[in-house]
Design a protein around this ligand. Structure first.
Ligand SMILES: Cc1cc2nc3c(=O)[nH]c(=O)nc-3n(C[C@H](O)[C@H](O)[C@H](O)COP(=O)(O)O)c2cc1C
Length: 169
């Protein structure tokens, strides 16, 4: 799919079919995550692949919406703050890196006809407990990964004129 069209067509999928995601497609999605750029190429992230079948009750503790559990897979992106690059003023780019990774895999999924939805409103303590995430790793975002069972709604976005300033503020 042409990139601009892909960006137009991706949307937050909040209903999924139960059918499995092909192994080759999962690999392509994970490869897109691996190839994501990170600050100073530190690659301070790890990706969790979670099969939902049979784990619905514990996974529901992480994020309670029913559609979170409908897809066969959930992908989590975690940051490794100790490995991340920091700017001269101390700002860590760990979250930025993890977000780019998530966006890479989300766009790759969309290009393969798969649905995703960024989830930031998860319970981090539950995620740590249920998934055994160690202290030095920070869960940044999750997404279901599966075939959509809903349809895109028209995008609501601010006009470019509100968002972009040329040359200076
Ligand atoms: C960082 C981030 C966190 C988000 N967290 C949630 C979430 O917890 N639950 C949810 O339903 N959608 C979540 N979303 C999806 C946004 O609501 C959605 O991207 C936005 O409304 C634009 O809609 P679209 O993705 O369909 O274009 C999140 C999106 C981003 C980028």
């Amino acid at each position: 799919m042409e990139f601009v069209e892909l960006v137009r067509q991706r949307y937050s999928v909040r209903a999924y079919r139960a059918c499995p995601v092909e192994e080759e497609k999962l690999e392509q999605v994970l490869e897109a995550a691996r190839l994501a750029p990170t600050a100073a190429n530190r690659q301070p992230f790890r990706v969790l692949v979670i099969h939902t079948k049979g784990r619905e009750d514990e996974l529901r503790r992480i994020y309670g919406r029913e559609w979170f559990l409908q897809a066969p897979l959930i992908i989590g992106v975690c940051a490794l703050p100790a490995e991340a690059w920091s700017r001269v003023d101390g700002k860590s780019y760990a979250d930025v890196d993890a977000s780019i990774v998530m966006d890479h895999l989300i766009l790759a999924a969309a290009s393969l006809g798969l649905g995703t939805c960024w989830i930031g409103a998860f319970d981090p303590a539950a995620a740590r407990q249920v998934l055994g995430i160690p202290k030095d790793m920070e869960p940044i975002a999750f997404t279901p990964l599966g075939y959509p069972a809903d349809q895109a709604q028209p995008k609501k976005r601010k006009p470019l004129s509100d968002l972009v300033h040329y040359e200076r503020w």
